[in-house]
Design a protein around this ligand. Structure first.
Ligand code: IMP
Ligand code: MG
Length: 179
């Protein structure tokens, strides 16, 4: 375990099994959808999306959008900014937004509202992690990996100040690292 962690919350095997199940669920739900597009929210969703995409046994394309709300802090600033828009036209397509973690819900709400205005045939949300205690805007999550307690986690794409994204598991960061 990385020395900056308090404990491992979700190990690699558990992550892989759950991601596989999410991919199977997505393939089943979208069986009648002609075009499926995954939209990953950079940068945190990168590793999750790469694994998820390979567990979906059907034709699928993907794109990325970049937003920021956090900076080098463990609390959301509450202000979401669009840093990079999509390349693909999503009108008429079945779109699934792929996010690493839902905390307040502000980031997802912003991206969901933005993409909805582009007339996709369907717009769903897939989030690996969910902190239910922290939610202050209402977003419907169609595919969810794990509900987790209100602790700051890193690894499998999630960072603190751009660190720890490469850990192959999810761990709880020791508060001494950020206090
Ligand atoms: P929200 O807008 O408050 O829902 O925050 C979502 C974003 O905050 C995620 O995309 C993450 O980048 C970041 N975030 C929230 N909680 C954590 C955490 O525990 N670890 C790492 N990043 C987090
Ligand atoms: Mg982040």
């Amino acid at each position: 375990m990385h020395p900056d962690l308090e404990r491992v919350l979700i190990d690699t095997a558990t992550l892989q099994n759950r991601v596989q199940a999410l991919g199977t669920a997505i393939a089943q739900t979208t069986v009648n959808a002609p075009e499926l597009v995954l939209v990953g929210i950079l940068k945190g969703s990168l590793i999750f999306m790469a694994d998820l995409m390979r567990s979906i046994e059907r034709e699928v394309s993907y794109d990325c959008i970049a937003v920021s709300s956090y900076g080098a802090s463990t609390e959301s600033s509450g202000v979401v900014r669009l840093n990079k828009d999509l390349d693909l036209d999503i009108a008429g397509k079945h779109v699934i937004i792929v996010e690493d973690i839902i905390d307040s819900g502000l980031t997802l709400k912003y991206v969901h509202d933005l993409l909805l205005r582009r007339n996709p045939a369907a717009l769903e949300i897939c989030a690996l992690l969910n902190k239910p205690e922290r939610r202050n805007v209402n977003v419907q999550v169609d595919y969810r990996g794990f509900d987790i307690p209100n602790e700051f986690v890193v690894g499998y794409g999630l960072d603190y100040a751009e660190r720890y994204r490469n850990l192959p598991y999810i761990g709880v960061l020791s508060p001494r690292v950020y206090t």
